[in-house]
Design a protein around this ligand. Structure first.
Ligand code: PEP
Ligand code: MN
Length: 334
């Protein structure tokens, strides 16, 4: 529910409105950008009549019409800016997350980190727990991978982004103080994991499911995290499954401007997994920037032929450097 307040509302009337909300065990949410004229109500309001909040000082009360509530623009009109250990995404803040698909060794990770930093990436990625289609493929270095990421963060000063696949790994993520928890495409509807991430005090990168619909599935998954208390969610378009088999996935760039209309959350794009092909990654990265993405996540490997996962889509450090230069030019035009 959204309560709109009259312009001349007195402090006494304002606190009566807050008291009414709290008396129903609900939580008021003030949208800072809207000069205290709108209060969103968090919690289950299904059994409460709108009239209950129509007291002095209140202009109108309306229900959020969408199934996703707190992530909708109806609930909060100002863009959310997500701060990942000092690096911001959203509302004019654009940044690039880069690094290898998987953490494979100290040398491989450190070389990737050093090179992506030199080219201007502000966050380091690398999978320690890998969701592989085949049980016979490299499953990730697990805890050792998190430890190496934490070491790389110290050495290169880049906050770290890595995938959490299972609630049972939450303690390890806390132990290594992971800066941003990635939920991969395959786990976008792991509702128990999403609920737990609502209670974590770190930003979450929520990738789009393999064939997830935007409003009926993806945003409702984001709603699981936000409604459980963690409003620091960044959406990531990573390609969807269609009839086309020429590339790994089809990058749905429509979703960037579309999501900006219906949600206040930042949206970034992953051209590496969306294309699965280094020859396509640079063009689609530029297209994503031009479409208004708040950031990119790109796979970069110092020696992709030796990579233990996703060897066809990881840019070399040189390719990444050249791409970052062109991204700067596109940004300056915009
Ligand atoms: C990844 O980013 O490491 C990954 C596995 O991506 P996705 O979940 O989008 O397939
Ligand atoms: Mn990968």
């Amino acid at each position: 529910m959204i309560i709109s307040l009259k312009e001349g509302i007195t402090p006494e009337q304002y606190s009566s409105v807050l008291d009414r909300i709290k008396s129903k065990d609900l939580e008021p949410h003030m949208d800072e950008g809207s000069l205290m004229t709108i209060i969103g109500i968090r919690g289950d309001t299904r059994k409460i009549e709108e009239n209950y909040f129509m007291i002095e000082g209140v202009k109108s009360v309306k229900r959020v019409s969408k199934r996703y509530k707190e992530v909708s623009r109806e609930f909060k009109n100002t863009d959310t800016i997500v701060d990942i250990a000092g690096v911001k995404l959203g509302n004019g803040y654009f940044n690039v997350i880069a690094g290898p698909c998987s953490v494979e060794s100290r040398e491989q990770l450190f070389e990737s980190a050093e090179k992506v930093k030199l080219s201007g990436a502000k966050l380091l990625r690398g999978g320690a727990f890998k969701p592989r289609s085949s049980p016979y493929e490299f499953q990730g270095m697990e805890e050792k991978g998190l430890e190496l990421l934490a070491e790389a963060r110290e050495k290169f000063g880049l906050p770290i982004v890595t995938e959490i696949m299972d609630i049972r790994d939450l303690e390890l993520f806390k132990k290594y103080d992971i800066d941003m928890y990635q939920v991969g495409a395959r786990n976008m509807q792991n509702f128990n994991l999403l609920k737990e991430l609502g209670h974590v005090n770190k930003p979450v990168l929520l990738k789009r499911g393999l064939s997830a619909k935007i409003e009926e599935e993806w945003l409702l998954s984001a709603e699981y995290i936000v409604s459980n208390g963690n409003s620091n969610v960044v959406l990531c378009e990573r390609g969807i499954r269609t009839f086309e088999t020429a590339y790994r996935n089809v990058l749905d760039l429509n979703c960037v401007p579309y999501l900006k209309q219906i949600t206040h959350l930042p949206i970034i794009v992953d051209p590496s997994h969306a294309t699965g092909n280094i020859d396509l990654v640079p063009s689609m990265s530029l297209a994503a920037v031009a479409a208004g993405a708040h950031g990119l996540i790109l796979e970069v490997h110092p020696n992709r032929k030796q990579a233990l996962s996703d060897s066809n889509q990881q840019l070399s450090p040189e390719e990444f450097y050249n791409l970052m230069k062109t991204i700067d030019r596109i940004k300056s035009i915009l």
